[in-house]
Design a protein. Structure first.
Length: 218
């Protein structure tokens, strides 16, 4: 599908798609500054949209609604729909670990692209792009279903197993520098490894290990 926007300044497009892993390997600028900019612009655009379109909501309800729309899961879904992961310029470390499919990387890239679009064409074009890409989440944030695989896995085990033991999540390895760590985790039940997961933080790695185990058992 593509980004859904034609850049006048192609350097901005390239910068928005340059992941920190590639930047570190080649000593070039990454998309992190654009991500910072895009994060603020996204919050503003979504807040303005909700203020205008949801006049019956109070401050607390608007805050909760916005949080669902701009959460990592929502942005990752939008990025995946436009196949943004395939366009990312990544270093060897992320390519080898399927970085193009990681929700955190996809969500960050979405924000970086938004920041680049804003610099390239201004707030009105950026607003149109956001409302198009996040249309489903804006209309119904409950469409962004966040699955807690650790909880789902424990539930299915308790329904099928004779005992009530809990799944344990063991850290196998932590690699990478402090600013870009990488975790590998095993899900263990009854002394057996039932799932593997890896991610930029331990929480994500545990969820991916639980997801692998859950899908096998299901």
């Amino acid at each position: 599908m593509g980004i859904g926007y034609d850049f006048k300044n192609q350097k901005l497009r390239t910068l928005a798609l340059t992941h920190i892993s590639y930047a570190n390997e080649h000593n070039v600028e990454s998309n992190q500054r654009l991500e910072f900019l895009g994060d603020s612009i996204l919050s503003f655009i979504v807040a303005t949209y909700l203020y205008n379109e949801k006049p019956g909501m109070n401050e607390g309800e608007l805050t909760e609604y916005r949080a669902l729309v701009v959460c990592e899961k929502s942005l990752a879904i939008a990025a995946k729909n436009m196949e943004l992961g395939e366009l990312l310029i990544m270093g060897n470390s992320e390519r080898l670990t399927a970085g193009k499919d990681k929700p955190s990387i996809l969500a960050d890239a979405f924000e970086a692209v938004l920041g680049a679009i804003y610099l390239d064409s201004g707030i009105d074009v950026a607003r149109e792009w956001v409302t198009t890409q996040l249309k489903d989440a804006l209309l119904d944030p409950s469409s962004v279903k966040i699955v807690n695989y650790k909880s789902e896995l424990q539930t299915i085990i308790q329904q099928t197993a004779r005992d009530r033991s809990f799944v344990e999540y063991n850290l196998v390895e932590r690699t990478g520098p402090d600013h870009e760590p990488f975790f590998k985790v095993e899900a263990v039940y009854g002394g057996q490894v039932i799932g593997h997961g890896s991610g930029a933080n331990r929480k994500d790695a545990e969820q991916l290990a639980a997801k692998e185990a859950y899908e096998r058992m299901k």
